[in-house]
Design a protein around this ligand. Structure first.
Ligand SMILES: Cc1ncc(C[n+]2csc(CCOP(=O)(O)OP(=O)(O)O)c2C)c(N)n1
Ligand SMILES: [Mg+2]
Length: 582
């Protein structure tokens, strides 16, 4: 059949099973948007910023496992995607981003809205292409979808000049591709799998360290079977949350800078770590030279370059987590390790959960303000099956520590890049992808302002997202560092005096917008809550409000902290639980 380039893009979406894309138009992509105008089977979500389109496509992918797709124009449209691409790249999210480019004859001429997109996005994508030959378009599209979703997933950019979109040729979408030098690991090396299983069985103080790879690779069910069979304690990274239920008796929680006491103590004292789909990054290991000093490390990852990058690995296994763990399951034994069990229970008892630590007890909190734990616990009670997205900062760490996750793919958070402004557009993508679920966007008052224009997208698409702003009036996580390590000099972190916000329905606060009026301006519902009764009431109302987003502006204790904390560069066992009082 004869297809223009733009028609081939739509044909590709259909053949790849894509029914939803996120995008923003502009001159060079008008031919594609025009073709989409007639393609009633493809839902085009117009975001209000290209960065948000990428974050939305990213969370669409994270919460479903499908490949997220976005479409943006050349120049500023494309450069606006860079943070979103880097976010997805760091967290191994399958994404295809189609960027329009100026016409082939204009490339290199400083044409209007020209940018070297391949050059700019190379370091923040798994792969990228520019299609300068119409004949190669369909094959390149096929390769892009294949690369994005196989092996260790990641974002792929395809930059397409406007005249390629317009050019008709006899064409068809290929059913398969082969890419030289690109292979995707499957089953692990048999000998290594056996050695790993034997080492785990023999270990006296083993730990499973579950990473994001388990969620990305859809292997949580096999992993859970292994845990159920062996009863070996589990710790997770931030990205590994959901690989096992938060409440599972073997789960000691997240480790690292804001890890749980039991988790950090256990990994520091174990004699074997079985790391699955983890990177052992610096937020997790603390001082590398003092990380898990007695442990032999078994590391399973689909990406060979992730193995032994940061820690010495005794038994590496390159392979697909699901296949390798399925092979390991029958080889692993349930071994009684009473001393290890007792020791772990003691650590758990010493700090039954991390909830006790927010730097201040409820009574100490000025004006008896809401504490983050109670806000999250109350919300969690009413929405146990929600998909949760977070921004970055204290709100993110509180969610990771306090929310009780039961399933994989129910947390979308920017782990590797730590992108403020991710959470709310991510909630938009998650809500579009999961119309039967409630999506809670846990937000910081700072981060929310980085992409709050997406209120329009949420309202327009009637997405019942609950935006739970943990409003402390600060760039809280930076303020916490300033409090602990910079003599309480709150340089450029004070956003707003939350006292002003206590006066309900009164005039303008002194910095941040009045989030209730903001909701109103967009035609959304908004509630400001100062205590637990008001919070409960707002949550109940939100539960019944399904026709659009709701902002719940929770005025929390401004100087609540995230504890435990391992100061930067310290060992995981050097946890701090309270700020020194002056
Ligand atoms: C785009 C971006 N800029 C800056 C930072 C550095 N940073 C990390 S946390 C944080 C504060 C976030 O404030 P807020 O959203 O209010 O969350 P809180 O910590 O108060 O919960 C900042 C500035 C970042 N992570 N991302
Ligand atoms: Mg804040």
């Amino acid at each position: 059949m004869v297809y223009t380039g733009a028609e081939m893009v739509i044909e590709c979406l259909r053949k790849e099973g894509i029914d939803t894309i996120f995008g923003y138009p502009g001159g060079v992509v008008i031919p594609v948007f025009d073709t989409l105008f007639h393609a009633k089977d493809i839902n085009v979500i117009l975001t209000r910023h290209e960065q948000a389109a990428v974050h939305a496509a990213d969370a669409y992918a994270r919460t479903t496992g499908k490949t997220g797709v976005c479409l943006v124009t050349s120049g500023p449209g494309a450069t606006n995607t860079v943070t979103g691409l880097a976010t997805a790249n760091f967290d191994s999210v399958p994404l295809v981003c189609i960027t329009g480019q100026v016409a082939r004859a204009m490339i290199g001429n400083d044409a209007f809205q020209e940018a070297d997109v391949v050059g700019i996005t190379r370091p923040v994508t798994k792969h990228n292409y520019i299609v300068t030959d119409r004949e190669k378009l369909s094959e390149t599209l096929k390769k892009s979808f294949y690369i994005a979703s196989t092996g260790r997933p990641g974002p792929v950019v395809i930059d397409i000049p406007v005249d390629v979109f317009k050019q008709p040729i006899e064409d068809s979408y290929p059913s398969e591709v082969s890419i030289q030098g690109y292979s995707t690991p499957g089953k692990g090396h048999k000998g290594q799998v056996k050695r790993a299983a034997a080492a785990i069985n023999e270990a006296k103080r083993p730990i499973f360290f579950a990473g994001g790879g388990i969620n990305v690779g859809d292997s949580a069910d096999v992993f859970r079977k292994i845990v159920e069979k062996t009863e070996i304690p589990v710790v997770t990274s931030l990205m590994g949350i959901g690989a096992i239920e938060t409440e599972n008796k073997n789960n000691l929680g997240m480790i690292g800078m804001h890890g749980t006491y039991a988790g950090n103590m256990a990994i520091s004292n174990c004699d074997l770590i079985f790391g699955i789909g983890v990177r052992f990054d610096d937020r997790v290991t603390g001082d590398l030279s003092r990380f898990a000093p007695h442990a032999k490390i078994v590391h399973l990852d689909i990406d060979p370059s992730a193995i032994a990058r940061n820690v010495p690995v005794e038994i590496p296994i390159v392979g697909d987590g699901r296949l390798v763990m399925s092979e390991m399951l029958p080889l692993l034994e349930k071994v009684e390790r009473p001393e290890w069990k007792k020791q772990i229970e003691e650590w758990q008892h010493e700090a039954p959960c991390c909830n006790a630590y927010e730097g201040k007890d409820k009574e100490e909190a000025s004006g008896n303000r809401l504490m983050p734990l109670e806000v999250l616990a109350e919300t969690n009670k009413l929405f146990p099956d929600a998909i949760v997205t977070t921004e970055v900062g204290q709100n993110q760490m509180w969610t990771a520590l306090y929310w009780k996750f039961t399933k994989a793919r129910t947390l979308a958070t920017s782990g590797g890049l730590g992108t403020m402004g991710y959470g709310f557009p991510a909630a938009v993508g998650a809500a579009i992808a999961n119309p039967d679920k409630r999506v809670i966007a846990v937000s910081g008052d700072g981060s929310f302002q980085m992409n709050l224009q997406e209120m329009a997208t949420a309202v327009k698409n009637r997405l019942p997202i609950i935006i739970l702003i943990l409003n402390n009036g600060y760039l809280g996580m930076v303020r916490q560092w300033q409090e602990m390590f910079y003599g309480k000099r709150y340089s450029s972190t004070h956003l707003n005096d939350v006292k002003v916000l206590e006066k309900q329905n009164e005039v303008s606060p002194d910095g941040s917008p009045d989030f209730i009026k903001l909701a109103d301006a967009y035609g959304a519902a908004g509630y400001r809550v100062l205590n637990i009764e008001q919070l409960k009431e707002a949550l109940e109302k939100s539960k019944n409000h399904k026709s659009g987003p709701v902002i719940i502006d929770c005025i929390i204790e401004p100087e609540a902290n995230v504890f435990p904390m391992v100061p930067s560069g310290a060992a995981l066992t050097d946890m701090v639980f309270k700020t020194e009082k002056n």
